[in-house]
Design a protein around this ligand. Structure first.
Ligand SMILES: Cc1cc2nc3c(=O)[nH]c(=O)nc-3n(C[C@H](O)[C@H](O)[C@H](O)COP(=O)(O)O)c2cc1C
Length: 211
């Protein structure tokens, strides 16, 4: 009996040693991940491009949730978060976007589209109200980057401020008057290799004063 208890104690001690070593390694890995996280994020930003052709593969709900989380992580003026996002996976509605919006033909191929909207009831008062446009735009960019990060392809198709497009999306989605659609973002798995554009132009940068 005493022997069994001794053996059990040795086994327990060995298990503790193994667990401790594993936890130390885990922490080391965390450090490695955080030390390379910045270049990885930059790489993602630099390699994003608009994707307008998709395969039949369905975008999963978990991926949609991640894109929505990324969108809502965007900065907003006075943290108003004046937005709503409409997830559209109804084929008839996607086809309606494709037929109605002049530059959103790709919606008919997309697995899903997320419509990023401003919510005027949640926007700042007075002249600051228009900040909602920047707030929702920041969310759209976050969403596009999250899609790219998950190897999905997406494209920002513009709605606001073109009155006919706003009216069309409002009608298609039965939006109430306080909800203004800013962008329809068709999303799917890219068909083919997305082409990244090099947009770096040093002449667009000024230090201190203009000249
Ligand atoms: C406000 C805005 C509106 C856009 N509208 C459309 C659109 O209606 N249809 C489309 O195919 N792309 C649209 N785009 C995507 C641009 O064409 C694209 O971002 C640009 O050509 C640069 O290419 P890149 O996204 O691959 O870097 C829009 C982008 C922005 C920011």
């Amino acid at each position: 009996m005493k022997n069994i208890s001794q053996i059990l104690n040795v086994l327990l001690a060995a298990a503790l040693v193994v667990l401790t070593i594993k936890m130390v390694n885990l922490n080391k890995n965390d450090e490695v991940v955080s030390s390379v996280a910045q270049p990885d994020a930059l790489e993602m930003i630099m390699t994003r491009s608009s994707v307008r052709a998709y395969t039949d593969k369905v975008v999963e709900k978990e991926q949609i949730d991640k894109m929505l989380h990324a969108a809502m992580a965007a900065p907003t003026a006075r943290n108003q978060q004046p937005w709503n996002f409409i997830v559209v996976d109804d084929r008839a509605l996607l086809d309606d976007f494709a037929q109605t919006l002049p530059y959103a033909k790709m919606a008919s191929q997309a697995s899903v589209a997320i419509v990023a909207c401003g919510n005027i009831d949640k926007a700042l008062p007075g002249v600051a109200q228009s900040y909602w446009i920047q707030d929702v735009s920041a969310a759209v960019e976050n969403l596009l980057l999250a899609a790219h990060f998950m190897n999905l392809g997406a494209v920002w198709t513009g709605v606001f401020p073109i009155p006919e497009r706003v009216a069309d999306v409002t009608r298609i989605l039965s939006l109430p008057p306080n909800i203004i659609p800013l962008a329809v973002i068709p999303i799917g798995y890219p068909a083919g290799e997305p082409q990244v554009k090099d947009k770096w132009k040093p002449e667009n940068v000024h230090y201190n004063k203009w000249n």
